[in-house]
Write a protein of this length. Structure first.
Length: 148
């Protein structure tokens, strides 16, 4: 197994681990919050809401939120990891070029996410995009100066 292959496998392992952790934790948090909300409604309405449309909608929202939360880390790891798949073959990218491309892609993903978050929260999308992109650059710089 080459060094490039090892990096890709480590990255894939990180993506699976982060994705699984995100899905599981969001599922549990959403389950607890949903159950508490349903209990509050049951007390206010003096009725049981098991097997009702309310409970079904809450369950659907929980599945959607958990799935989206798992997809984020996968995209956040796999997109920047993609240059390393072709790096070191001598034809397309060197490892240094792959690292630069990974940072650019990572900052791009974060910027798109920031723009989306800014647009749905009523903020200026480009300011949110710049802030998230800056966060990516800070992480890249920290990785340059920290040992390891």
């Amino acid at each position: 197994m080459g060094f490039r292959s090892l990096r890709v496998k480590i990255g894939l392992g990180a993506a699976v681990g982060l994705g699984t952790s995100a899905v599981w934790s969001v599922w549990e948090i959403e389950r607890a919050e949903t159950r508490a909300e349903i209990r509050r409604m049951e007390r206010a309405m003096l009725t049981d809401l098991d097997d009702t449309r309310v409970e079904s909608q809450q369950r659907g929202a929980r599945v959607l939120h958990a799935s989206a939360s798992g997809l984020g880390p996968l995209i956040g790891v796999l997109v920047p990891l993609s240059p390393f798949v072709v790096a070191g073959t001598g034809r397309l990218l060197t490892m240094v070029e792959a690292a630069i491309a990974a940072v650019v892609l990572g900052v791009g993903v974060l910027s798109v996410f920031g723009a989306y978050m800014g647009s749905i929260s009523g903020q200026r999308w480009y300011v949110s995009a710049a802030r998230m992109g800056l966060a990516g650059l800070v992480v890249a710089l920290l990785n340059l100066v920290l040992p390891g």
